[in-house]
Design a protein around this ligand. Structure first.
Ligand code: K7E
Ligand code: CUA
Length: 688
């Protein structure tokens, strides 16, 4: 029944890619099963298997993922939340979603984007005067020490708006969003160097770096690519924009990046495509972008010496463009920072092996993965053994002399990860399979079908110097027949695959109701040691310091008026909000300084005010500030939004906003309907 899909997608892809795909349909198993009758009440495993129509392999798979109540997952996966601009934390192997981390967009439950601090944070990465309300997150990057995840920080990129964010894993909150004015997009981020010295952010679509508009016909001369090296200050857990720099690149589409490690530490590898410099039809009968950009057999792997670039960026050879220190392309060539290596047609993933000695590149439009030898690249750079130069003067190394070999992979190889046993795993987008291959022999050993159209994959520690192996997640873009139908927009499909044994085994399908989660990284749970509460009471979530405005106990709760500014110092504790009655005048500026004065684990309160879009999440000990103008007269209840105790429903109060003009008609406060004798607002609200 799935033949039509297989046939259609293959034909469509063949058309789209210009490849002649002579593939028998049925790469996926295409078998749709309906679960049996539930088997509720069945007593034995045999009965259950029969009732639910489960095979022995099904039961083994279930036992490998089933996680009893109270038992924690062995791994945590940090996945991109795609267009939602948030990041997901997923337990593996149970595939239970543990958290959405608000990053580039508001996250209401966590109050992210609602208090003054996180509102300003979201605005800081947005164009002036406009707060972006989505992101195109692609690549999460956990901070590393010696090339291995250290569990301290998570970086993520927003391809669409060229933003990079820093998430502190002490409390799993976003702390910083940066935007480089010279970039228009950033597919090549976020990738970290082995000791998180830098976060790499490569642009994709070239444009004039100075922000000007140049005619598209002047593409070759005025459009430029760039790659940012964001300096990470580990002590402050912040990117330091002033210490960051960029390298100007030819107007190719710089694609994914990976940092060298161990043998190749100090280097960075960046793919490119559209070295044809196609800009579409340009209205002049030129080929459309996708065919114009795939005419050449080879594109260029960019090999960058970032350690040396760091020195050059600090010298007067760098220019400042839109506030960013940029090493001009000519300088990068002169100083020997940038070399090109031909790579087969329209490559996608670039992945450095765990020992740092080789670089695997899979070509979307090639059937092979190419394994480059860093030692040979280095030797050719050192001895200036070039095969030529690109139109911008960048030296090109001879392809045949710097590769170790090529692996015949299959159709549409994209991304590669590694395990602890010397295997590499490459996704085959068009074939809908994952290939396991031997790094030693450069031979494919096994392929497993996935469902369907896999992009990235994630192996535990699979892009570090010490992969854990064990589990692999196939991040599939299509789910066509895997789940109950939910309309034309289908979930994404994360498939959990056991790679510990001699043969790969598919264990579990996890529908993901958001897209598109390009990439994920998987870390051992024990390496993450988050706080249990904000301590001491009154800590600000963004500074991780005591908030100067935070009341620390209910005794410090109060209302203070200064002219038309009203400061409300408020505390939350089960099950009281203090103060619980606040009376102000229309037009007053209200500044709420709210603290959850509890330290009990999980005793989170919420704080919301009707109609004013106020919605805070107050974890134990946390302080937050929210400022707004009381521009609507009326009675506005406020309450706690977390069912925190038996008296949670009683945890609330009233904000009374009296109309400016006593005679203003039509407002409840000016002429309140009274049908009860005691309906008069209490007069004990202070500050009014
Ligand atoms: Cu292949 Cu943005 Cu890494 Cu999508 S990218 S799949
Ligand atoms: Cu606090 Cu409900």
């Amino acid at each position: 029944m799935n033949m039509p899909w297989n046939g259609r997608s293959r034909a469509a892809l063949a058309l789209a890619t210009g490849l002649a795909l002579a593939v028998a349909p049925g790469c996926g198993d295409g078998k749709t099963r309906v679960a049996g009758k539930g088997g509720g009440g069945s007593a034995s495993i045999a009965e259950l298997m029969k009732a639910r129509d489960l095979s022995e392999a099904d039961v083994v798979a279930a036992l490998k993922t089933y996680t009893p109540t109270g038992v924690k997952d062995e791994f945590l996966m940090f996945a991109s939340g795609g267009h939602g601009g948030n990041a997901l934390v997923i337990g593996v192997p149970s595939m239970r979603i543990l958290k959405y981390i608000g990053v580039f967009t508001p996250e209401p439950w966590q109050g992210y984007g609602f208090d003054d601090e996180t509102k300003a944070l979201l605005a800081s990465g947005s164009p002036e005067g406009k707060t972006l309300t989505w992101g195109d997150m692609h690549h999460p990057a956990l901070s590393e020490t010696d090339g291995v995840y250290d569990g301290q920080v998570l970086f993520v990129n927003d391809k669409a708006n060229a933003r990079v964010a820093v998430v502190d894993l002490q409390d799993f909150t976003t702390q910083q969003i940066v935007h480089s004015a010279i970039l228009r997009s950033d597919h090549g981020g976020a990738f970290v160097t082995p000791n998180t010295e830098y976060v790499i952010e490569g642009g994709q679509f070239p444009a004039p770096l100075d922000g000007s508009v140049a005619d598209i016909e002047k593409y070759d001369d005025f459009y430029r690519g760039a790659v940012m090296f964001w300096k990470f200050d580990r002590a402050k857990k912040r990117i330091d924009p002033a210490a960051s720099f960029a390298i100007e690149m030819p107007p190719y589409f710089q694609d994914l990046a990976d940092a060298g490690k161990l043998a190749s530490d100090g280097w960075c590898f960046l793919n490119s495509f559209n070295t044809e410099r196609s800009y579409g039809t340009g209205g002049a009968g030129l080929p459309p972008m996708e065919s114009g950009a795939s005419r050449n057999d080879m594109d260029y792997l960019h090999v960058i010496n970032w350690r040396q670039a760091e020195q050059v960026a600090a010298s007067d050879k760098a220019q400042v463009i839109q506030g960013v220190r940029v090493i001009p392309l000519g300088v990068a060539v002169e100083e020997g920072l940038l070399h090109f290596v031909p790579e087969p047609k329209s490559p996608h993933g670039v992945d450095v092996t765990p020992n740092g000695e080789e670089i695997c590149i899979a070509g979307k439009l090639s059937t092979q993965a190419t394994v480059f030898s860093f030692a040979r690249i280095k030797e050719h750079i050192d001895q200036k053994k070039y095969a030529g130069k690109d139109p911008y003067g960048v030296p090109i190394l001879p392809f045949k002399d710097v590769i170790r070999g090529q692996v015949e992979m299959g159709l549409g190889p994209l991304h590669t990860q590694f395990d602890d046993k010397g295997f590499a795993y490459t996704t085959l987008f068009i074939e809908s399979k994952i290939a396991r291959w031997s790094l030693k022999d450069l031979k494919v050993i096994e392929k497993i079908p996935v469902h369907y159209n896999v992009g990235h994959l994630s192996v535990a520690g699979g892009d570090t110097a010490k992969p854990d192996g064990r589990f692999l997640i196939s991040m599939n873009k299509w789910a066509i027949d895997r789940f109950a139908d939910v309309g034309p927009l289908l979930p994404q499909n994360f498939q959990l695959i056991d790679i510990a044994g001699d043969s790969m085994q598919l264990l579990y399908d996890m529908p993901l109701p958001l897209g598109e989660p390009h990439y994920a990284q998987m870390i051992k749970t024990e390496l993450i040691k988050p706080w249990e509460a904000y301590t001491p009471v009154g800590m600000n979530q963004l500074t991780h310091q005591p908030d100067p405005h935070a009341p620390k106990s209910a005794q410090e709760a109060r209302i203070e008026r200064n002219g038309d500014v009203v400061d409300v110092y408020m505390t939350l504790v089960r099950s009281t909000i203090t103060p619980d009655t606040i009376k102000v005048k229309e037009g007053d500026t209200l500044k709420f300084h709210v603290t959850n004065v509890e330290q009990t684990r999980d005793a989170t309160h919420g704080f919301c005010i009707a109609d004013y879009n106020v919605n805070l999440s107050m974890e134990p000990g946390k302080a937050a500030n929210v400022t707004f103008v009381a521009d609507r007269p009326g009675v506005f209840p406020f309450y706690c939004t977390e069912f925190c105790s038996a008296l949670h429903m009683e945890m609330g109060g009233f904000l009374l906003v009296e109309p400016k003009n006593e005679n203003a008609a039509g407002t409840a406060a000016a002429d309140p309907p009274r049908n009860r004798a005691d309906a008069k607002p209490s007069a004990d609200g202070e500050g009014g």
